[in-house]
Structure formats: structure tokens, C-alpha cells
Design a protein around this ligand. Structure first.
Ligand SMILES: [Ca+2]
Ligand SMILES: [Ca+2]
Length: 242
């Protein structure tokens, strides 16, 4: 009976560890079904074009939000089509994290949140809020990865809170910003994921955890699980002997 209880405890401990690591949400959208359900445009005129790419034909300050709200760790990855010989609107991509999706602002482009601005000569991260958008991180390319017109895989993540807030950005899987930030605005610890501007997007994906995994409890659970495993081994050995 004691051994059965240990087995159940083992399974429960492992299930709990697993679920604690996967709280949050993931999304993948290639827009190949011709619509952007699961996203809500805020500014601009958004659609999925005949090539099955997400496009904004309205204001260059367009913003579209993923519908779900996300937590402490957030990452978005998306393909963006940089046309280096066309107007500037075809060379600027905006990836947004932890945004408050504020509907009442007179200039909603400046919702509270973090904005990664990708351009062929540099990447900048802004802490946006009403009437302001201070630059909080940047990387100027000495050798730009944007060498010709085509699709580029962009990614932006934020983790941690307060002075432990941390940003990363990537182009085609190469990391260009890896930087801490001291965030003093609790509003910026959670929120929505979004895209912006007028460049063409495709293959959006992202994920989020609601909170960091607390290490002491994980270790406790792991040791409980190991103890349970040992009991299970003993139980199985005893059973085979009997
Ligand atoms: Ca597509
Ligand atoms: Ca769709």
C-alpha cells in the first residue's frame, strides 16, 4: 500500500513539474488559411494577401495584437519581407511584447510596452508609453544581415521583471541584442504580443510562460519524485521476487 502511494506521488510530482514548465501559451500562424483569426488589428488596414502573407495597407503606424494575454517570459518570431529597393515602409518591422493594448489612448501607437524596431542598419528596443518612447537598447550593424531583398526571420524576447528584465533580439537565428534593463513600471511585467508597421509578415510564432519556474519547489518536487522512483523500483523488485 505504501509503495502504491509512492508510485502515485511520483507520477503526480512529475506531472506537476511538467505542467509548471508549460503554463502559458504558444502560437504558430502561417496565415495560409487566408485569414488572421486569433489576431485583432488595432490601427491600420490589415489583411492576408493572395500570397498568404499578413499585410497592412493602411497607416505606417499599424499595429495588430495576438488575442491572448501573455506573462513574464514572452517571445515572438516572424518572417518579414525586406524590400531594400522600395520605400522605407518596406524596410521597417516592429515586434511588440508586454503591451497593455490600451484602447483609450489618443495615440495608441504608444501603448505601454516594449517595441523592437528592425531596420537594415540597426535594431532598437523602445519602452513605449503615451507621448514617449525612450530607446532602451540598440545594436548598429557593422555588417548588416539584410544584404538583399527577401525574407528575414526576426525574433524578440523579454524575460524577468524589475532590474532583472532582459531583452534578446535575433535576425536569422543570430543574436544581436542580449541586454538587461531596469524596468520600474509594473505594467510592463505582462501583456500582449503584437506586430506593427507595413512590412509583409509570415510564419508568426511565439510563446510565453506566466512566471519563472521557482527552483526550490522544483528541486523539492524532483527529490520527491526520485524518492518515489526508488520506492517504485523496490516495489517492482519485491513483486518479481514474490
Ligand atoms: Ca503564409
Ligand atoms: Ca488564420
Amino acid at each position: 500500500m505504501k509503495n502504491i502511494f509512492a508510485i502515485i506521488l511520483t507520477m503526480a510530482a512529475f506531472l506537476f513539474i511538467f505542467s509548471e514548465n508549460t503554463i502559458g501559451a504558444t502560437f504558430v500562424d502561417n496565415f495560409n488559411d487566408g485569414d488572421f483569426s486569433g489576431w485583432t488589428p488595432k490601427i491600420g488596414s490589415w489583411s492576408v494577401n493572395s500570397d498568404m502573407h499578413l499585410v497592412n495597407s493602411g497607416t505606417p503606424y499599424g499595429v495588430i495584437w495576438k488575442d491572448d494575454s501573455f506573462g513574464i517570459y514572452q517571445k515572438i518570431q516572424v518572417d518579414a519581407f525586406f524590400n531594400l529597393s522600395a520605400s522605407q515602409d518596406n524596410r521597417i518591422a516592429h515586434l511588440r511584447l508586454r503591451n497593455n493594448k490600451h484602447d483609450g489612448a489618443t495615440q495608441p501607437y504608444w501603448d505601454n510596452g516594449y517595441l523592437a524596431d528592425f531596420q537594415p542598419d540597426r535594431i532598437r528596443i523602445f519602452n513605449t508609453y503615451m507621448n514617449g518612447n525612450p530607446e532602451v537598447a540598440s545594436f548598429v550593424f557593422s555588417n548588416s544581415p539584410f544584404t538583399s531583398t527577401g525574407w528575414y526571420e526576426l525574433a524578440f524576447s523579454v524575460s524577468g521583471t524589475g532590474s532583472e528584465t532582459h531583452f534578446n533580439t535575433w535576425v536569422n537565428g543570430i543574436m544581436y541584442i542580449d541586454q538587461d534593463y531596469n524596468n520600474t513600471i509594473p505594467d510592463l511585467d505582462a501583456g500582449y504580443i503584437g506586430l506593427g508597421r507595413k512590412i509583409q509578415y509570415d510564419n508568426a510564432q511565439g510563446y510565453s510562460y506566466m512566471a519563472a519556474v521557482p527552483i526550490p519547489s522544483t528541486l523539492l518536487l524532483l527529490s520527491t519524485g526520485l524518492a518515489g522512483l526508488l520506492s517504485m523500483k523496490k516495489y517492482l523488485l519485491n513483486r518479481s521476487i514474490n
